[in-house]
Write a protein that binds this ligand. Structure first.
Ligand SMILES: Cc1cc2nc3c(=O)[nH]c(=O)nc-3n(C[C@H](O)[C@H](O)[C@H](O)COP(=O)(O)O)c2cc1C
Length: 328
C-alpha cells in the first residue's frame, strides 16, 4: 500500500505471520531517473523475505529495466501494478488504465518476464468502470504472456474503496487460469479469510487495510488466536514501529508519515479519542514516544523485549550513498 507498506510495516507483518509481503508501488520512471526517494523504496532487509517489490509504469522497456534492479536488490518477486485508480497514475497510462489496454498490458508482462529470472506477478482490479469484468478477459492473457500469479482486488477503479469487494469475480478468475490467484479485498479476520478461500478457491488472501495499526489481525487470521492486545502491547508495538520508521525515512519525513498510524493503532477503543488527537498535533516522534510510554508505563518493558528479539534487519542495499536511502 502506497504510503503505508514501508519496510518497517513489512517486517512487522512478517513477525505477525504474513507469508509474503509486498512493497509500496514503485515508479519505474523514478528508477530510470535515479530519483532519490524512489531508489529508497528498494531497500530490502534480511528478515522480510519472501518479498515482492511492486512496480508501476506503462512502458515495457522501462519496466523491464526497473525489474532488473528489483532482482539485483534481492527481492523474490516482481509484481506489476495494473490496478492503481489514482488519476496521477492512470493518466500516464499506468495502473488501472492497463486493465483496458490488453495489448500493452501483455507486452509489459512479456518484456518484464524476459528481463528477470524472478517470478513476475500482476495485481489487478476488476476493470475501470463499475460492473466491469475486464479482469476476466485480461487475466488469462497475462498468464499466457508470462504472469506467474495474479492478485485480484475485485472493485472497479471508479469505485476506489467504496462498496465491497465482489469475490464472485475472484472465483471466476480462479476457474479461468492455471496459476495461483490471490484474493484481495475486505479480509480482516480469520472467518472472512476462510470464507473467501472456500468460495473462490484462491490460493491465498492478501490483507491490506486490516493490518494497518493492527498486526494482531494477521496473527488471528493465520493462527486463529484472537486475544486482543493490551494497551501496553499496543503502545510498545507502536513505539517500535516509530523507531524503525525513523531509521528508514530519517527524522525529517518520519513525523508526517507517522500521523495516520496513530489513529489506526490507538483506535478500536484501545485509547481515548482525545489522546489520539493529542499525538497527531505533536511535532516530533520523540514527543509521541514520551506520551505513549507515560500513558502505558508497562509498555517500556515490552518494548525492550521486542527491541532485543527483533532481528537487526541487515540490509541488502544498492551501491549508493546512504542519503539515497533516506536515513540510516
Ligand atoms: C492507502 C492504500 C494504498 C494502496 N496502495 C496500493 C499499491 O501501491 N499497490 C497495490 O497493488 N494496491 C494498493 N492498494 C490496494 C490494496 O493492495 C488492496 O488491494 C485494497 O486495499 C483492498 O484490500 P483491503 O480491503 O485488504 O485493504 C492500496 C490501498 C490503500 C488503502
Amino acid at each position: 500500500m502506497a504510503g503505508v507498506s514501508v519496510q518497517a510495516f513489512r517486517r512487522q507483518g512478517r513477525r505477525y505471520g504474513a507469508g509474503l509481503v509486498c512493497s509500496e508501488m514503485v515508479s519505474c520512471a523514478g528508477i530510470e531517473h535515479g530519483n532519490e526517494r524512489t531508489l529508497g523504496y528498494l531497500r530490502v532487509a534480511a528478515d522480510e523475505h519472501p518479498l515482492a517489490i511492486q512496480l508501476f509504469g506503462s512502458e515495457p522497456r522501462t519496466l523491464a529495466n526497473a525489474a532488473k534492479l528489483v532482482e539485483a536488490v534481492g527481492a523474490d518477486i516482481v509484481d506489476l501494478n495494473f490496478g492503481c485508480p489514482v488519476r496521477k497514475v492512470t493518466r500516464t497510462g499506468a495502473g488501472a488504465t492497463l486493465l483496458e489496454d490488453p495489448v500493452l498490458a501483455c507486452s509489459i508482462v512479456e518484456s518484464v518476464a524476459a528481463a528477470v529470472d524472478l517470478p513476475v506477478t500482476v495485481k489487478l482490479r476488476r476493470g475501470l468502470a463499475n460492473g466491469s469484468r475486464s479482469c476476466l478477459e485480461l487475466g488469462p492473457s497475462l498468464v499466457e504472456a508470462g504472469a506467474a500469479s495474479l492478485t485480484l482486488h475485485p472493485r472497479s477503479a471508479q469505485q476506489m474503496y467504496t462498496g465491497t469487494a465482489d469475490h464472485a469475480l475472484t472465483a471466476e478468475l480462479v476457474s479461468l487460469v492455471d496459476v495461483p490467484v490471490v484474493a484481495s479485498g475486505d479480509v480482516t479476520s480469520r472467518a472472512r479469510a476462510q470464507a473467501v478461500l472456500a468460495t473462490t478457491r484462491a490460493e491465498a488472501v492478501m490483507v491490506g487495510r486490516g493490518a494497518q495499526g493492527n498486526p494482531w489481525a494477521l496473527e488471528e487470521i493465520v493462527d486463529g488466536e484472537s486475544t486482543a492486545p493490551s494497551r501496553e502491547e499496543v503502545a510498545a508495538e507502536l513505539v517500535l514501529f516509530i523507531h524503525k520508521v525513523v531509521r528508514e525515512l530519517g527524522d525529517r519525513r518520519d513525523s508526517s508519515f507517522m500521523k495516520k498510524f496513530y489513529g489506526w493503532y490507538l483506535g478500536q477503543g484501545r485509547f481515548p479519542k482525545p489522546f489520539k488527537q493529542e499525538l497527531v498535533l505533536l511535532e516530533s516522534t520523540e514527543e509521541v514516544e514520551r506520551r505513549l510510554l507515560a500513558a502505558a508505563p508497562g509498555a517500556l518493558e515490552i518494548l525492550e523485549r521486542l527491541e532485543a528479539e527483533v532481528p537487526s534487519g541487515d540490509e541488502v542495499t544498492l551501491e549508493l550513498p546512504i542519503a539515497v536511502y533516506g536515513g540510516g
